[in-house]
Design a protein around this ligand. Structure first.
Ligand SMILES: [Zn+2]
Length: 83
């Protein structure tokens, strides 16, 4: 394993760390539904809309995604239920 030749002094270490202040705001976009600022590519935390559709309602999924369940999975689910 590569090993540093000498210890980095406190001054050098602290100088390095002093330059990583996060000053800029994170990128935010306006929600097309409620016009609240929200993170891009995320469900709006204010109204729960994403891509023009309501995804979240009271913190839960507004509509369960349609899942295709084949016979194998069904068996596994029934097994789980009986436990
Ligand atoms: Zn919104």
């Amino acid at each position: 394993m590569a090993v540093p030749k000498r210890k980095v002094s406190k001054a050098r270490r602290d100088k390095r760390r002093s330059s990583v202040w996060k000053l800029e705001n994170p990128g935010m976009v306006e929600c097309p539904n409620c016009h609240e600022l929200t993170a891009p590519h995320k469900v709006c935390s204010n109204c729960g809309f994403y891509n023009g559709k309501e995804v979240l309602k009271d913190g839960k999924l507004a509509k369960e995604p349609a899942k295709k369940v084949d016979a194998k999975d069904k068996k596994a689910e029934t097994k789980k239920d009986s436990e």
